[in-house]
Design a protein around this ligand. Structure first.
Ligand code: C5P
Length: 325
C-alpha cells in the first residue's frame, strides 16, 4: 500500500503495509542448541489481525525514528522496528549513508500474546526500508538479517499464508492457503507470557512424552493435499494437546489453566495455546462462526475472564474478500 505524493506535491512519499499476526497450530520442542535456543516443529498460520507500519524517508545522516500508537505499553526504545533497520543498514554496504527513516506503527497485536507482534513488525520494517531506499536485498543476506532479529522473523519475511516451521524458526516449508477461511477466536489475558521464561521452565520440567511433532507433521501433510477452514477446525481436538510449551506455561501461570477450563466450558470446544502464550485460541469453520462465539464470552460472568481481550479474526488468505471488522 502506498500513498504517493501527487504531481507537484513536494511532500515525500509515505509507504505503508500491514504486519500480520500468526498463531501456532502444534508446537513440538525437539531439542536444544548450544546457544540455548530450542528446535521446534510448528505450523504457523498468518492472520488478518495485523499492525500497520508506515515510513517516510528523510535526509541521509539523520536518526531513524519510530512513533507508536494503539498500545501505550509498546516501547519505542529497543523496538524491533528500529533494530531491524539498524541490522539492514549494517548488511548493506552503503547502509550508513542511506536516508533516515521515520516510522509510524499502529499496534493491534497484543504484546506478550504469542502472536509474534514484534517479529512481524520487524519483517515489515525490512520490506518498507528497502522500498523507501529503492533497494533490493540479496535473499541470503535478508534471511540472515531476519534470523538475527528473532526466531519468528523469517516466517514473516517469507510472506506465506502458512508454513511448517522447523529449526529455531529458519526452516520455512510453505503450506498452501486454506481453500476457505477458518474462523479464529483469540482470547488474550491481561498478563503476557515472557517467552524466555517459558522456555526456561520447559527445560526444568521432564521432557514431554507428547506426540506433538507427529501430530504437527501429519496435519501439514493433509494441509498440502488441500484443507478448507472447516477441515482445520475439526483438527482442534488433536491440536489442543500438541503444544509442548503448555505445561511450562501452566506451571508459571496457573491462571492460564483456569482460563482455559472456563473457555472450554463456555465455548464447548477445545482451546489451544499459541506459541508460549498468553493467547488462547479456538478454531471455527468460518469467520462468522468465530464472531458469533465471541459474543458468548461475557467478561463479567466469571472472575477468570477479568481483563481479557477477545478478537475474532481469520486466516489472511482471501485478499478479494473484505477483512473482518
Ligand atoms: O528469537 P526471539 O527473540 O523471538 O526469542 C525469544 C526467546 O525465546 C529467546 O531468547 C529464547 O530464550 C527463546 N526461544 C527459544 N527457542 C526458539 C525461540 C525462542 O529458546 N526457537
Amino acid at each position: 500500500m502506498t500513498d504517493g505524493a501527487g504531481a507537484g506535491d513536494p511532500s515525500p512519499a509515505i509507504l505503508s503495509d500491514v504486519a500480520p499476526a500468526k498463531v501456532n497450530l502444534g508446537l513440538a520442542v525437539t531439542g536444544t542448541r548450544p546457544d540455548g535456543y530450542h528446535t521446534l516443529v510448528s505450523i504457523f498460520l498468518r492472520l488478518d489481525l495485523a499492525d500497520t507500519l508506515s515510513v517516510v524517508a528523510g535526509v541521509p545522516g539523520g536518526a531513524d525514528t519510530l512513533r507508536i500508537d494503539g498500545d501505550p505499553d509498546c516501547p519505542v526504545e529497543g523496538n524491533l522496528v528500529l533494530r531491524a533497520v539498524e541490522a539492514l543498514r549494517t548488511a548493506l554496504l552503503d547502509g550508513a549513508s542511506l536516508p533516515a527513516l521515520a516510522f509510524s506503527l499502529h499496534k493491534r497485536i497484543p504484546l506478550g500474546g504469542g502472536m509474534a507482534g514484534g517479529s512481524t513488525d520487524a519483517a515489515t520494517a525490512l520490506r518498507l526500508a528497502l522500498g523507501a531506499w529503492g533497494r533490493d536485498a540479496e535473499p541470503r543476506s535478508l534471511s540472515r538479517v531476519a534470523s538475527g532479529l528473532g526466531a519468528d522473523v523469517p516466517f514473516f519475511v517469507a510472506s506465506h499464508p502458512a508454513a511448517l516451521v522447523t529449526g529455531v524458526g529458519e526452516g520455512i516449508d510453505p503450506l498452501p492457503a486454506l481453500r476457505t477461511r477458518v474462523g479464529v477466536l483469540l482470547v488474550t489475558p491481561s498478563h503476557g507470557m515472557a517467552t524466555p521464561a517459558v522456555f526456561r521452565a520447559f527445560d526444568r520440567l521432564l521432557p514431554p512424552a507428547s506426540g506433538a511433532a507427529e501430530a504437527t507433521r501429519s496435519l501439514a501433510e493433509r494441509w498440502r493435499a488441500g484443507l478448507a477452514g472447516a477441515d482445520l477446525a475439526v483438527e482442534s481436538a488433536a491440536l489442543r494437546d500438541a503444544n509442548d510449551l503448555w505445561r511450562a506455561v501452566a506451571v508459571l501461570e496457573p491462571r492460564m489453566a483456569r482460563l482455559r477450563a472456563v473457555l472450554e466450558s463456555t465455548l464447548g470446544r477445545p482451546v489451544l495455546l499459541t506459541g508460549s502464550g498468553s493467547t488462547l485460541v479456538a478454531l471455527y469453520p468460518s469467520p462468522d462462526a468465530a464472531r458469533a462465539a465471541a459474543h458468548r464470552i461475557v467478561p463479567g460472568e466469571d472472575p477468570e475472564l477479568a481483563g481479557i481481550r477477545v478478537t475474532a479474526t481469520s486466516d489472511g488468505h482471501h485478499q478479494d474478500e473484505e477483512p473482518p471488522p
